[in-house]
Structure formats: structure tokens, C-alpha cells
Design a protein around this ligand. Sequence first.
Ligand SMILES: [Zn+2]
Length: 256
Amino acid sequence: MARRFGIEGGIIGVVAAAVVSLGIVGAVASGQLGGPSKAEADTLGRQAARAPKIAPVDPSIVHASDRPGRSLNITIDDGPDPVWTPKVLEVLKKHDVKAVFCMIGPQARAHPELVKQVVAAGHKLCDHTVSHNTGMDHQPESYQSQQILDAQKMIEDAAGGAKVEYYRAPGGAFTPYSRKLAAAHGMRPLGWNVDSKDFESGSVEAIEATVRGEIGNGPTVLFHDGGGNRALTVASLDRLLPWMKQQGYGFGFPKR
Ligand SMILES: [Zn+2]
């Protein structure tokens, strides 16, 4: 479900963020913060225990494609779903298009075979949190951290080796904290430019018209493979992907 546009965030030094993060953990360890609550200590401990093994990435919200020229990034949210994810994978394969799948943690944990199929087909993984709470930007940092890091672990455990390369907040509910946290764990915050509104449109024609009308907004296009019957999504992808190629677009991944 997408309700809001991701807003381009300011670029904040990744190294500085990492240093601050380490500094906080160090301060807690040496008791310099005057005694954090148990919940805070747990959160920081969880973050420290999951110190990133891969390089941090830029914490600003990306929309651009890593492919030069006239390019689109197809993104598929709210799965994996045992009925609809295989059908979306099929239509992407039919048109030889790679996409980013923004997955909900518990669904990835419930369907690890789907996560592995997504990876094996050459698509990329994105963290779409544990609970898909579109109001998470109004929740405490400890909640945001749990939502992001627990889902990352669920998806990576299910993937069996592939890393989660992006983080997309549900409904675009990013915060400066959540962007920096995700980036420090190797996940580039991911926005979108074109919302297909496949979630609420009543026909393939309506979805097609929305995407055709907004394709000039920017390269990153949003569809869904979860959250309900996605037959219209599959049918509209089958018509839109060839149309996009006819318009001269190629397909890449969002920059990291
Ligand atoms: Zn969503």
C-alpha cells in the first residue's frame, strides 16, 4: 500500500552516522548516558549485535536508476504471497524484466521458497518492515528499529545468502532516523515516482492509464504482489511492460 510519495531526503554523512551510532553504543556500555531504560538498552544492544558486515550506503531516498539512458525501476511491494508472487515472477520473466521486491518480514519467513525464487530469477530484495505500519514515522525509534532490523533478518534468513539492498517504509513513512538506520545496515532508502494504484484501481485499463499518464514523473514505478487479489496487477504488467519497451525504456535497479 502506498499513500505518499517518498520525499527526497538530505544527504547525511554515512561515516558520521556510523560514528555517532558507535559512539552511542560505546557511551551506553560505559554508562555515560545516565542509565538508558531497559527497552533502550535492548534496542541499542540489538543494533550493536547486528553491526553491519557490509558497507553502509547513502541514507537519502533514492529514485534514480543505475542504468544509463531512458530507464525504469520496477518495484513490487507487500509480498511475498503464495498465489500472486509466482504469477508476477512469471510475467516479469516473460518480458525479461528484473525488479525489486519489497517484502514484509513475516511473509518472507512463512514463504522462504518464494524469496529464494525471487533471488534466483535475478531480482533484488527490499525490506518493507515487519508490520507494514504506515504510521510508523510517529512511533518511537525503538519501534522503528525493531520493524526494520527484524524484517531484514527474516528476509535474509529466508533468502539463504542474498542481502537486502533497499528499505522502503510502508506508505513512505520514512524518518531521518529510519533512513540512517537502514543505510547503516546496507539498505538504501527507496522511494517511488509512479504509483500504479493497482491496489485501489478497479480495472486493468485504469492501472494502465495511471502509469502511462505518470511515467514522466521519474524512473521508479510501484506495483504490488501482496495485500489481496493481484490479478489486475499481473494483467496490467503484461500490457505495460511491452508498452514501456515501445516507449524506449530499459529496466535497471535503483541506485545504491
Ligand atoms: Zn506496502
